[in-house]
Every structure is written in structure tokens, then in C-alpha cells.
Design a binder for this molecule. Structure first.
Ligand code: HSE
Length: 382
């Protein structure tokens, strides 16, 4: 099968290199922006790909929502299979694209969009056929895991750790989505869509690591705790989906603490299987390219879908989960949270809350910030 590429950045160059005839997959044309360069395999108009009868599949690795959405729609409408590593696109338009794929009898697969090289969504989709999935989640962003690990083990400061993650090709073009937790949130949205046939699209919460300081990390380290950015999704007792991302402080015995550098840890809890944990590189050229090629290979084996066509969008209920939180905030704002224990550190308070709903903590942090407070918070364990 000849595969055309949309985009030729970190992941695209990797995928192109892997389409060497092995696994029944061959190099096709590559769509680049006009003026980039004029190598014979590069084209600058999408029509040259969608109207090329020799192209069987399109791998979208350009990122962003537009023009990716228009191009992928055109490819599916033209009867090309599509695989994508673009979580922003699938989180925003997955249900329509899955519907268009079904209508045109072609595949729409996106396992590279969640977990990088980790075969998470494939295993999750398989698990739904024989087990009830109680929860999904884990470390789903390689950039922030790399940064948290570099700050904890190598004493790096936030800015240097981010620059390193960018240099190594882990971060998004605009790393705001990584450090704010939005990238991991999009990934947990996809995992929920695969596990529950519902795409949580409203009522979501993401707290990243932007306000984490070297002093916070030293404070955790002195107490034997490690900070990880965890995504969580699942079904509440009332059957409503929850989905959120937040920093979590974990004891050294937690599996997540052994997940270093750009690695991800993706997990699901099956009613019968119990906890299933997959660990691997969640970002970077070759791990992500391997996932794109794996999806293409699954198409050759007959797989067509990961998300139900027209999968309904639902409002998440993050009040269903409760956590105790560690919070660092200016001491004068202490009345704005239900604090149980607090320790003064100059003008700051390092405090632990009473158990509170996830949504309430995220909303309280937003109010504190509106009032001018610099706040960092993390759940104390999951
Ligand atoms: N920027 C993403 C990450 C790339 O760091 O995980 C892989 O999705």
C-alpha cells in the first residue's frame, strides 16, 4: 500500500524513513508547505494526493486542527485510509471523521495520538470487547515527564528542562499544550472515547506544571515524594464519564516514579483483568513514527476503526472523584481552601487540604489565580 504523508516534521521524517517496502508499506508523496523545498517526492497541493489513485492511505502528521481537518476529510471522502498522530484533531473532530471513514468504507486510526510508541489504544480497544473498563489513565505526556524527571533527579530548573525537551523533539511546536496539561487531556479524551464510546468534551479540567518551582521539587524530594503529571478518566458510580489531568505526588514505591525521561505509563483497570500497565516512549521521532506505521499495518490486516462513528460528545463529571491536595500558596489566601495542615515557608504556605472533589480544587485554584495568588497544587496520591 502506498502511503502519502501530510507533514514532514519530527514524526513525518521518521514515518517516511520507515516506509521502505517492509510490512507491505511504500513511500508516497509528501505534502509540505509551499516554498519549503522542491524534492521530487514533495507536493504542495492536497489535490495531488487525494486525486492520486496509487495512494491507498494517508498519514497525517502535520498537527493542528486546520488545515489538517479539511485535508483528512478530503482524503477520507476520496476513499483513502487515514492514520493520524494528531490528538488535537481527533479530540476536536474524531466523531465526524470516524463517521466519514465508515461512510466511505475506509479506516480511521489514531493510536499514535495517545502514548507515542506505547500500543495503548489498540490494547484498550481489544479489552473493551471482553471486559468492563473501570478506569484509564497514566503519564501521557513525554515532555512534562522528561521535565519533572530532570528537575527531580538532576536538579535542573524548569526553563532548562523545557529547552532540553524541545531540543530532543518531545514538545509540541508550541509547548504550552504540554506544560499546561492540555496535550495529556486530549489523550485521555481519546482513551475515554475508545473505552466508553463517549467523548468527554465539556466540564474537563487540566492543571499542568507551569507553576512548579525548584523549591517545590526540593520540598517533595525531602519527604520521599515524586511529582508526576497524571491523566485520569473513568466512569462514576452514576455512569458519567470523568476526565482530568493534574500533578500527583507519589511515594517512591509507585510504578509511575520509575517512569523516567520521555517515557509514558498508560494504564487501564479492567473489571476482570485488574490493572494493566504499558510503559514506553511517549514522544519523539521514532517511537511516534513506529505507532503510525503500526496503525498502517493494522489497516492491511483489516482493522478499520478505533472510535465509534458519530461517537457522542458528553459533559464530564469531575465532581465524582475526590482527592486530598498538597497546595503551595501565599499565606494570606489560606481562607480560600479547606486546609487541614499547613506549614509556613516565609510568606508562603505549604498545606494539605481536606478531601475535596477534583472539580472543586481546580475551580478554587482558578479563583485564587484571579485574585492574584501564585498557586501550585498536586493530588496526594491517586
Ligand atoms: N508533545 C507530546 C508529548 C508528543 O510530549 O507527549 C507526543 O504526543
Amino acid at each position: 500500500m502506498k502511503v502519502a504523508l501530510l507533514g514532514f516534521g519530527t514524526v513525518g521524517v521518521g514515518v517516511y524513513g520507515m516506509l521502505d517496502g517492509a510490512y507491505g508499506l511504500e513511500q508516497g508523496p509528501v505534502l509540505v508547505r509551499p516554498g519549503k523545498d522542491d524534492s521530487s517526492f514533495k507536493v504542495t497541493e492536497i489535490e495531488k494526493i487525494v486525486n492520486d489513485p496509487s495512494v491507498g492511505a494517508v498519514a497525517e502528521v502535520m498537527g493542528g486542527i486546520e488545515p489538517a481537518f479539511s485535508y483528512v476529510s478530503a482524503a477520507l471522502a476520496a476513499g483513502k485510509h487515514v492514520v493520524t498522530s494528531n490528538k488535537a484533531l481527533v479530540a476536536a473532530h474524531g466523531p465526524e471523521l470516524a463517521e466519514l471513514a465508515e461512510k466511505n468504507n475506509v479506516a480511521f486510526l489514531f493510536s499514535a495520538a495517545c502514548g507515542g510508541g506505547v500500543p495503548f489504544l489498540h490494547n484498550l480497544a481489544l479489552a473493551t470487547e471482553s471486559d468492563k473498563i473501570l478506569s484509564v489513565g497514566g503519564i501521557l505526556n513525554g515532555t512534562t515527564n522528561y521535565m519533572l524527571d530532570a528537575m527531580q533527579r538532576r536538579g535542573m530548573d524548569y526553563g532548562d528542562a523545557l529547552k532540553d525537551a524541545q531540543r530532543l523533539g518531545y514538545a509540541e511546536a508550541d509547548p504550552t499544550a504540554d506544560v499546561s496539561g492540555l496535550d495529556a487531556l486530549r489523550k485521555i479524551m481519546l482513551a475515554c472515547a475508545v473505552a466508553y464510546d463517549q467523548l468527554p468534551a465539556e466540564g474537563l479540567h487540566n492543571e499542568g506544571i507551569e507553576s512548579l518551582t525548584a523549591a517545590d521539587v526540593a520540598h517533595f524530594k525531602a519527604r520521599g515524594l515524586t511529582c508526576r503529571l497524571l491523566a485520569s478518566g473513568g466512569l462514576s458510580d452514576e455512569g458519567r464519564v470523568y476526565a482530568f489531568v493534574e500533578p500527583v505526588l507519589l511515594p517512591a514505591s509507585a510504578a509511575e516514579c520509575a517512569v523516567l525521561d520521555n517515557f509514558n505509563l498508560a494504564r487501564y483497570q479492567g473489571e476482570n483483568s485488574g490493572a494493566i500497565i504499558l510503559i514506553g516512549q511517549g514522544a519523539g521521532r521514532w517511537p511516534t513514527a513506529s505507532a503510525v506505521v503500526r496503525d498502517l499495518s493494522c489497516i492491511l490486516q483489516g482493522q478499520r476503526t478505533m472510535m465509534q462513528a458519530g461517537c457522542p460528545r458528553v459533559k464530564a463529571d469531575n465532581s465524582a472523584c475526590s482527592r486530598v491536595y498538597y497546595v503551595r500558596l501565599p499565606a494570606r489566601f489560606e481562607d480560600m481552601l479547606p486546609l487541614k495542615e499547613a506549614e509556613k515557608d516565609g510568606d508562603l504556605l505549604r498545606a494539605v487540604t481536606e478531601p475535596m472533589p477534583v472539580s472543586a480544587m481546580h475551580e478554587a485554584a482558578a479563583k485564587l489565580r484571579q485574585a492574584g495568588a501564585e498557586v501550585f497544587f498536586a493530588a496526594m496520591g491517586e
